[in-house]
Design a protein around this ligand. Structure first.
Ligand SMILES: [Zn+2]
Ligand SMILES: [Zn+2]
Length: 393
């Protein structure tokens, strides 16, 4: 029962266990390798697909960091590789949208039998989607500990300026060389920290959804995530200093968040109202062609805001969920200690957008959240004004 809570991260691939939530969970990944200098292991991951044409892709940064190396490793091992590097668009970050997906589908050879992405959030979302539409498997070589989507089976795709969370497919393999991951830009490491911090409100939001909307809830999955959050938060100063052990713990916990989502087939253990706000802002940034900031930077910023909504709604939130909610003050202190923005203004969210996002972000995903409770009970307008006053004066 609940074996996943008692095994090391390497032992999670392929694990099946009976859970106290009443379900049998499994984590169906074929190959999972995280650690120092494991990059060459991509050969082992790809070995079962050796007879296939491989579409390997990266962006201009990840090409330099690991793409060239992966290409060389695979070519020397006799794999048939087509290597594609997304062009650097001056006016546009690489985005998981129609253009980028179209580039993959147009550039890949018709007989592609395996996708291998080299990158983090965007590259990974694109690979999962391409795999889903073509029915071919994909793998990811992780280059930054910036978000928790490496082992998830859903993609954030933006289409016609609307951010969609689309069920896609899990990669068959993830290779994360910590020597490379540790050299990621500090902003990406901070983003990963912000994404993990966001679980501190995602879990009570999930509990709330169980109580108010009768949603399925799995304690094992929630504990897997919560345990990792506690461990990482205790190493906050180490993250700020890019300490080896702290960054290792960050990477492991980003992966574990993915495992937790995957075993329940839902993003709930790792994504609540803080993600809805982040997605709402991101859609607006995309529409206006503004810099998007990293996923976890926005999620981290939204976390004390959501914690404060819990606090303001304490009289209406069932006790069981309320006692899991964090202190907004503590959340803000974590952001400050690690050097993440604490005021939405710092990332370009103006007062109008801030207020509108609080009122409308519950529509981003069709699921229950503290935002929905605030809307349903007619409290959201007053809360939005109070928070706007606090952040914008
Ligand atoms: Zn369970
Ligand atoms: Zn996230």
């Amino acid at each position: 029962m609940n074996e996943i809570l008692h095994v090391s991260i390497d032992q999670m691939a392929g694990l099946t266990f009976d859970c106290s939530c009443g379900r049998t969970h499994s984590f169906p990944m074929e190959f999972f390798s995280f650690g120092k200098d494991v990059l060459p292991r991509i050969k082992e991951a790809a070995a079962p697909y050796k007879d296939r044409q491989i579409f390997l892709y990266a962006d201009v940064n990840t090409d330099r960091v690991a793409g060239q190396q992966v290409k060389k490793i695979l070519e020397e091992a006799g794999f048939d590789i087509q290597y594609y590097v997304f062009p650097a668009d001056e006016d546009h970050d690489l985005f998981p949208d129609e253009t980028s997906l179209g580039r993959i589908l147009i550039n890949m050879r018709r007989d592609t039998g395996l996708f291998i992405g080299v990158g983090s959030g965007v590259i990974n979302d694109l690979g999962k989607y391409a795999s889903m539409v073509t029915g071919k498997p994909h793998m990811i070589v992780a280059t930054a500990p910036s978000m928790d989507g490496y082992v998830s089976n859903s993609s954030s795709i933006t289409c016609e300026n609307k951010k969609l969370s689309i069920p896609t497919v899990m990669p068959v393999a993830v290779v994360g060389d910590t020597t490379i991951l540790k050299e990621a830009p500090m902003d990406m490491i901070r983003s990963g920290y912000g994404d993990v911090l966001g679980k501190i409100t995602a879990i009570p939001d999930w509990k709330l959804a169980q109580i108010k909307a009768n949603e399925y809830y799995c304690e094992t999955s929630a504990e897997l995530v919560s345990r990792g959050v506690r461990e990482l938060l205790s190493l906050t100063d180490g993250i700020a200093a890019r300490d080896d052990h702290a960054v290792d713990v960050l990477i492991q916990n980003l992966v574990i968040c993915g495992v937790a989502m995957s075993i329940v087939g839902l993003s709930r253990p790792a994504s609540g109202a803080e993600h809805m706000l982040s997605h709402y802002w991101e859609m607006e940034f995309h529409k206006k062609n503004m810099p998007a900031y990293f996923h976890g930077t926005k999620v981290g910023l939204a976390t004390p805001i959501v914690a404060e909504i819990f606090e303001k709604m304490a009289d209406l939130v069932p006790e069981e969920a309320m006692k899991m909610a964090p202190s907004s003050k503590e959340c803000r202190a974590y952001l400050q200690r690690v050097g993440l923005p604490v005021n939405p203004r710092e990332i370009g969210v103006d007062r109008e957008l801030f207020v509108r996002s609080l009122k409308e972000a519950y529509t981003v995903r069709n699921r229950y959240s503290i935002l929905k409770l605030a809307v349903e009970t007619g409290r959201i307008d007053a809360i939005a004004e109070e928070l706007a006053e606090e952040y914008y004066g």
